[in-house]
Design a protein around this ligand. Structure first.
Ligand SMILES: Nc1ncnc2c1ncn2[C@@H]1O[C@H](COP(=O)(O)OP(=O)(O)OP(=O)(O)O)[C@@H](O)[C@H]1O
Length: 550
């Protein structure tokens, strides 16, 4: 919520205009009903008494107020929604921006579906805080001032009833609704996130579920999540339906109390009948603002729960930060890993005492059983997290003393599950080098032995690759990711299982190509594949948290 309100400041002008128009709408509504009540009653009484009633001024006022109300309401909807939608898009960008540094290794354990839910539906719920809670509440405050003035001038004894009835309907009842709606709100938001997780899991694993004949269990999980969401939404809808009923009840009771006091005043000759009719209808118009407040209050539980989920993402501290006074890494340097130890959050040490020195242009193959910590070591060299003990240096500078941008301009990593992004071949390659021209892109593709294939496509570099590179084979996707990594200017290239998913023949060919393509750069290659020992300087095995010659 802190982030939300800091962003509101940027759009304060638009929100102030929306608030002004909202108060104007309410004032015009009160004026319209108030004058109509007075006008109709006055005209009827005059007609019954056979007297004349001046029609021009009141009918002009009624017309004026109704046009003002229409115009102001239209303007309020346009400006309020435009400001809120812009605010939500600012908020999404800010949350996404803060999310990116959190993703590496430690810190966030949520699932993709949950992240998506937080970034989409949870943030969407926050429009309610502004549009259905804050703006109407501030309008109601101005309305209460108007009501106080009207009653003080016409029927002062009704002031306590009027203000108490309005405060109870616009403030006390919504507060109770919010306080009692927390559990329902939290349940709704959680059920909605669970459904999204079930949907994404089901889609991601669709092929495997089908192959295992387990589609029914996937369907069952999804329908269970949908049923829980239905129950939660139903409970929330029941509470929302209470809103208008309570608004009517509040208006009715306040009008009845005012009528009772007003009739006494009319009988005593202190108040004209038409004015009393005007007051009553003005009160009815004023209570119109309580409708959105009560509806909003009934849903505020989910908005607050959604806000807490977004806040939890935003306030999580990144696992690594840039130093205050960064040192610059040299263009070419030796990579030194000195007695490095590392444990994940669960405390189990994955690396105990790893030492390794890789000079410029040196090629080292890293082998070890699955789970021995090869990927972890490569991630630490990229500073996706900080080592628990020891140090990693490049060109004699501790990588914790350099900025992350500087480090990643010097060291590039091809991860085990590097994705092909939705977009064209060109979009995918330019992630590694945003301004590379076509000749450079073709050269990188050539180095990864993919150029002939890309040139054979009708649209060449502009070929659309679809979600997760669905139109490529596993080997082609891997080669595309390799080309992307090779396009980086980094002098040190880390490759995590670059041949994963390839058959033995393609694997040998791919490794050969890769070593040629990375010629001149420092290369650390974590692999299960049989490495041609002649092609690398050293082969090291990661074993019980230590590196030993293989
Ligand atoms: N985010 C994490 N939180 C906790 N433990 C983790 C995490 N990631 C990895 N581990 C654990 O750290 C150990 C090393 O994992 P790592 O992925 O580095 O191994 P690896 O040698 O690369 O394995 P593989 O060859 O199968 O890719 C494993 O025991 C794994 O369970």
């Amino acid at each position: 919520m802190r982030l939300l309100f800091s962003l509101v400041r940027k759009r304060l002008g638009a929100f102030s205009l929306a608030l002004f128009l909202s108060i104007l709408t309410l004032a015009a509504g009160i004026g319209l009903l108030g004058v109509s009540g007075w006008f109709l009653t006055g005209a009827a009484l005059a007609g019954a008494a056979g007297a004349t009633f001046e029609l021009f001024a009141p009918s002009a006022l009624v017309r004026g107020f109704s046009f003002l109300r229409i115009g102001a309401r239209y303007g309020e909807r346009i400006t309020g929604h435009a400001a809120t939608l812009s605010l939500l898009s600012d908020l999404r960008a800010a949350v996404f921006g803060r999310l990116i540094p959190l993703v590496p290794l430690k810190g966030v354990s949520s699932r993709t579906g949950d992240f998506v839910a937080r970034l989409t539906s949870d943030i969407e719920q926050l429009d309610l805080v502004l549009l259905q809670a804050l703006l109407p509440l501030m309008t109601a405050l101005a309305g209460a001032g108007g009501l106080a003035l009207l009653l003080a001038l016409t029927l002062p004894e009704a002031l306590p009833i009027g203000l108490a009835g309005f405060a109870a309907t616009a403030l006390a009842v919504p507060l109770v609704l919010v306080a009692t709606g927390r559990a329902v709100g939290t349940a709704t938001v959680k059920a909605s996130a669970d459904l999204r997780i079930a949907a994404l899991d089901g889609m991601d694993g669709h092929l495997d579920l089908a192959a295992l004949g387990a589609l029914a269990s996937g369907e069952k999980r999804f329908s269970e999540a949908a049923a829980v969401l239905r129950q939660a939404k139903l409970a929330e809808a029941r509470r929302i339906a209470l809103g208008p009923a309570l608004a009517q009840l509040g208006a009715g009771l306040t009008m009845a109390g005012t009528l009772w006091l007003g009739l006494a005043a009319v009988e005593e000759g202190r108040l004209a009948g038409p004015v009393l009719a005007g007051i009553l209808l003005a009160i009815l118009a004023l209570f119109e603002v309580t409708g959105p407040i009560l509806r909003g209050a009934a849903r505020l539980g989910s908005a607050l729960a959604a806000g807490r989920r977004v806040e939890a993402l935003v306030s999580a501290a990144p696992s690594v930060r840039d130093p205050v006074a960064p040192a610059r890494l040299p263009g070419v340097g030796t990579l030194e890993i000195e007695t490095v130890g590392y444990a994940y959050d669960n405390g189990r040490a994955v690396l105990a005492d790893v030492s390794l020195t890789a000079g410029p242009g040196e090629r080292i193959a890293l082998i070890g059983t699955s789970g021995s910590g090869k990927s972890t070591l490569l991630s630490l060299i990229m500073r996706l997290d900080d080592v628990t003990s020891g140090a990693i240096r490049y060109g004699g500078i501790d990588i914790r003393d350099a900025t992350l941008a500087d480090l990643r301009a010097h060291i590039a990593l091809l991860t085990q599950d590097a994705p092909v992004f939705i977009g064209t071949v060109r979009d995918n390659l330019r992630i590694g080098s945003p301004f590379a021209d076509d000749a450079t892109l073709h050269a990188a593709l050539g180095n990864a032995r993919l150029d002939a294939f890309v040139r054979s496509l009708p649209n060449g570099l502009d070929t659309w690759l679809g979600e997760a590179g669905a139109t490529l084979s596993a080997g082609q996707a891997r080669r595309l990711c390799l080309a992307r990594t090779l396009l980086s200017p980094a002098r040190v290239i880390l490759l995590d299982e670059p041949t994963a998913g390839l058959d033995a023949e393609t694997e040998t060919e791919f490794l050969g190509d890769l070593l040629t393509a990375a010629e001149g750069r420092t290369l650390i290659l974590a692999t299960h594949a049989a490495v041609d020992r002649a092609a690398v300087e050293r082969v090291l095995r990661l074993e019980r948290g230590r590196l030993v010659p293989a």
